[in-house]
Design a protein around this ligand. Structure first.
Ligand code: DQA
Length: 147
């Protein structure tokens, strides 16, 4: 089984970007760590990051033909306003779990709304990088149950 980990805008700057909010570790570290955790679940992890809405949409569309069984998605700020990403998620059968590193509910008011979450299986927020591990476990269990 293959899981796609999709990260949106500014997440390439993890480690440098507002470390008080997002921590000191890099995206590269996150992906390598997830790949290790993935082997214990018997899943392969591919990762893609883009700062561009359309590129993220293309990846979401291709997830089906590329045989991904699940997607872990952190859409970054697109979470709060990208109807196009929301529609892309709604257009595919592959289950998507949304992740946010920070607790979006404890920050600015505009971060409380996610336009993408309603078309995902569920959302994990506020647990730092560990949230991606929780999302991985969630998506693996979800697929196993086949519902
Ligand atoms: C984020 C939260 C968003 O509000 C923000 O724009 C990000 C990161 C998070 O992982 O906490 O870029 O998605």
């Amino acid at each position: 089984k293959k899981i796609l980990v999709l990260n949106g805008p500014n997440l390439n700057l993890l480690g440098k970007r507002e470390p008080n909010i997002y921590g000191n570790n890099t995206l590269e570290y996150l992906i390598e760590h997830l790949q290790k955790v993935g082997t214990s679940y018997g899943v392969m992890i591919d990762a893609f990051q883009s700062n561009h809405e359309g590129d993220l949409i293309d990846q979401i569309h291709h997830a089906e033909e590329e045989n991904y069984t699940g997607i872990i998605l952190n859409p970054g700020a697109f979470t709060h306003y990208s109807y196009a990403i929301r529609d892309a998620i709604a257009s595919i059968q592959v289950p998507v779990v949304e992740v946010h590193i920070s607790n979006v509910h404890a920050r600015e008011a505009f971060r409380r709304e996610s336009v993408t979450a309603p078309v995902t299986v569920g959302q994990i927020v506020g647990f730092g990088f560990f949230g991606y591990e929780l999302a991985l476990k969630a998506v693996v269990e979800y697929i196993k149950r086949g519902d």
